[in-house]
Design a protein around this ligand. Structure first.
Ligand code: SF4
Ligand code: SF4
Length: 75
C-alpha cells in the first residue's frame, strides 16, 4: 500500500529563499503570494498525493521550517 505523507511548513519561520521550491523533485511546493509577518513570501505545500516523503525540502531549508510526517506520525 502506498504511504501518505504530510509536509508542514512553519510559515512564520520561512524566509522565502525558495530552496524547498527548487529542490522538491515533485514540484509541489511554491511560494505564497501573501507575505508572512516578517514580510517574506512563505512556502506552501500542495498536492500531498504526489509527495514521496523524500524529505529533501526539510533538509535544504536553512531555517528548519519544514517537517515531513508519515501519515499517523503527527503528535
Ligand atoms: S518530501 Fe520530497 S516530494 Fe514531498 S514535498 Fe518535500 S521534497 Fe517534495
Ligand atoms: S527552504 Fe525554508 S526558508 Fe526557504 S522557502 Fe522553503 S520553507 Fe522557506
Amino acid at each position: 500500500m502506498r504511504k501518505n505523507f504530510r509536509v508542514v511548513i512553519d510559515t512564520q519561520k520561512c524566509k522565502g529563499c525558495g530552496f524547498c521550491v527548487k529542490f522538491c523533485p515533485k514540484n509541489i511546493i511554491h511560494l505564497n503570494s501573501d507575505f508572512n509577518d516578517k514580510g517574506y513570501h512563505s512556502a506552501v505545500f500542495s498536492q500531498k498525493e504526489k509527495c514521496t516523503g523524500c524529505a529533501l525540502c526539510g533538509l535544504v531549508c536553512p531555517d528548519i521550517a519544514i517537517t515531513v510526517y508519515e501519515k499517523g506520525d503527527e503528535v
